[in-house]
Every structure is written in C-alpha cells, then in structure tokens.
Design a protein around this ligand. Sequence first.
Ligand SMILES: [Zn+2]
Ligand SMILES: [Zn+2]
Length: 553
Amino acid sequence: MSHTCTDCSANFEIPENEHAFHEDMGVPAPKQCPQCRLVRRMNERNARNLYKRKCDLTGKEYISPYSDVPFPVYHPDVWFSDDWDEYDYGKDIDWDRPFFDQFEELLNSAPHQGQFICPGTLENSDYVNCAGYLKDCYLVAECDYNEKCLYSNRIYHSLNLMDCSNVYESELCYQCLDCTKCHSCQHCMDCHNCSTSYFLRNCIGCNDCIGCMNQRQKRYMIFDEQLTKEEYEKKKKEIKLHEFSGIEKARKKAEDFFLTQPHRYVQMERVENCSGDHLFDSKNSDYCFDGKDLEDCKYCNCIFNGKSSMDHMAWGGGSERIYQCAACGDTAYNLKFCTNCTTNLNDLEYCGHCTGCKNCFGCVGMKKKRYCILNKQYKKEEYEELREKLIKHMKKHDEWGEYFPKHFTPFGYNETLAMEYFPISKEEALAKGYKWKEVVDEKPDVEKVIPANKLPETIEDVPDDVLNWAVSCEETDRPFRIVKLELDLYRQMDIPVPHFHPDERHKRRMALRPPRVFFDRKCDKCGKDVQTTFAPERLETVFCEKCYLAEVY
Ligand SMILES: [Zn+2]
Ligand SMILES: [Zn+2]
C-alpha cells in the first residue's frame, strides 16, 4: 500500500517486513518517507561547526557546537560531574497538555553537554567535536584514535591527515575521501592500500601513480598510461604538483579523465544480501550508507556495528533494536525516537542527551538513571504504569510514533549533517520548516589579511610569518588562519597553502561524492537493473558489480 509523506508529499511504500519490524518494536508505521525521516535526524547533529563559548556553570571558555541556544550548556567535565542535579528540571506529567510541549520545555531548560567528547582522552586537541582519543588534532570531528590531524571528519586510527573525510588507518594524506590504509596520498577517493600518489579513484595497491582510475597494484602510471620510472619522474615534474596552479590543472584533467572511465555502481565490500553505498562487512541490510558491521538494518546511515535497527543515524558502536534515533551509540539496546544519547543505554523512548540510562521516557540530560519520566524519578511499577498511560496520551495527540518536531533541534540546517548530505539554500530550508544559522566570522586578530590569489605558488616561498596573517578565501571571502602544525605538514608534504576556507574545502570534498540517494538505473554495459547513488542523468558511465570487476581485474 502506498503512503503519502506528510513532509514532502511523495508517495512511499512500507513493505511487509518493515511492518513486522514496527510491530515488534511496538510502534506505528511512520508518516514520513525514508529520506524526510533521515534529514530530520541528520538535523540533530552538528559535528563540525564550532563556536567559542563559556560554560554556563563555571564561565570556563571552550569550543562547542552550540552558539545561540535556549538551554544552559556546560563544559563536558562539569556536565559529567555532580555539581548540578538533573532532577532540578523534573516535571510531573501534565495530562491536559500534549507530551511534545512538555518535552520541549524540559529540553530548553535542562543543561546540555557542551561538546561531544570522550572526557580524559584528548591531548592538546581542544578544537574538536564528536571525538575521543586524539593527540595534537585541530578542527576534526566524528573521529577517534588520531594524531596530528587537521580539518577532517570521520577519520579513524590515522596520523598526519589534513582535509580528509572517511579515511581510516592512513598517514600523511591530504584531501582524501573514503580511503583506507593509504600513505602519502593526495586528492584520492575510494582507494585502498595506495601510497605516494595523486588524484586516484577506486585504486587498490597502487604506488607512485597520478590521475588513475580502477587500477590494481600498479606503479609509475599517469592517467592510466604505464610509464617507466624515469618517464614517470620526468612527467611528474612537468605536472608541477608542488604548485597551486599545477594542482588545479591536474585536478581538472583528472576530473575529465574519470568521466571517460567506468564507475562502480556503489562501493560495497564483504557484504551479503545488502543494498546501499559505502557499506562494508555487513549482511541483510538495505538502504544503508557509510556503514560497517551492520546486520538486519534498514535506512541506517553512518553506523558502525549495529544490529536489527531501522532509521538509525550516527553512530552505533554496539547498538541493537534502534528505531528513529539520531547520534546515539556506544552499547545501546532498544531505543526509540531518541537524540544524542550515549553509552550503556537500555529501553529509552523520546529521550535526548542522556548517558548510561535505562527505562526512561521523555528525559533530557540524565546520567545513569532508571525509571524516570520528564526527569522525574518513579518506582518501577509506577514507571511502567505511567509509561503505558503516556503512550495512550501521545496517541490521542497524534504524537506516538512521530520523531521530535523539526523546531526542537537547536541547530540551523546549515550547521548539521543534513546540509552535508542534502545541501539546500536558506530559502528552501526555511520553507521546509528548518532553522538557518547565519555565519558570522570573528574578525581575525592578525597583522594582515591577504587575498588567496596573492599567496605564493609553492610552500617553499611561504615565510613563517604566514602564521601571523589571515588569508581571505578565493570563493567565499571568509578569512582563515594557518596554524603551526598545518604549516609544518604543508612543508613536509610539499603542498602549497590552500586558497579556500576550511569549510569551503570541506564542501568541495563532499561534492565529489554522489549524493546518498538511491536511484534505479541500468548498467551502462550489460543493461542490468542496478540501485545506485549515480542519478540516471549524471555524466558518469556506471557499471554493475559484475561488469565493473570484469573491467578492472
Ligand atoms: Zn518525504
Ligand atoms: Zn553490467
């Protein structure tokens, strides 16, 4: 039976196995289409737009994803301490008012954890978010176990990365995307085990290559042409990859070249009975992307290690039976309609910003509590009775089974992952009922601001003084600074100073990926139906797995 999305009016199907899942979870069928549900959840997560702010309890200055928000925001050390009491914000259930109104009041009064970090695991890494186990990192988000990494997101177990996204176990990489186990690579995407290379796509085990696509175990290749070592060295010199204009020329040439090569319809490895994109080591999971170790999941995105879940967005870490939750993870079982709940969670419904809680309903900012509703403590039997009554009450107001209303998120659409995955204009966002955050850059406290096009072509010609300047972005005019670690890495890797603000670099990097939307399309070689993230009107040639493998091996 076809349903009409209450958000975008599109028709969508709810197949039988989804109904079975809803029944098992004790929830009604959703009223929004999968994509509207996803965007709504993504709008709960601001990973990389950070602001200087003061802890509302101690006055300590630190970096936070929250700027102008209605609720108090505490530094994580304070938030996790006993210096404040979550019960102070507790409320009796008011049976004369809808639940969401009461939850919103609590949400906007209870203190929030001001930075999503794993306390005590960060060394010299103040400017980070959604992170743990870092040393000497700067402006990185959604990442763990890294050292000396800058301006990156979703990077793990890596050293010396700059401007990278979705990169794992890699070192000395710059502007790479969706790569694993790479070393000294620049501008590479969907590569594995490659080193000392530039502008590679979908390559495995390649060293000393430039502008290649779909190559395996190659060396000294430029734009898929096999050269001798001497020829390679000579040509590489001519391309001038140490000059800003040389890189830009090579980028353009590589982009044109890639369009002439077959593209794999999606990126999946070691999966069984799955559909999605950038999905690894998973089974029986559908419509999932940017995930690893999933089992029996559907519409799950940016999840590591998740089971029997639907509509779960970031991040997993041993989660099971999760439905319509955003930014929840680290050992979680049976969560419905929650946002930003972490670590050892069981049986939560409509909770936000809680940690270590079990059997809670409609709570905000609670730590290690059990049997609470709207931050008020009950006895087990009372809780169970009230929970049933509250669900009935929510059904009466058409709230049960609905995710939190859009305006509950404290973030502008453009601050969150929603913008990263589904970029829209301010007008579109506002028309759809989302908030928008105007970007206002602090005036940099510097000797001078220089336009990007006045920067020297090579790093050799950049004096130490650059640390005292700001550069104005060639695209957006936004000023940005260069930090010492960054300059050291540019010098070590022979990279010219970038001409674009870190946000613009991030945006351009994200634009290289096909959108995380699935299209029905035919393999350009054999005509077989494939479900791909390459829209039919795109210029790329798209091959099904079989045709792709026949081409590259
Ligand atoms: Zn919709
Ligand atoms: Zn095919």
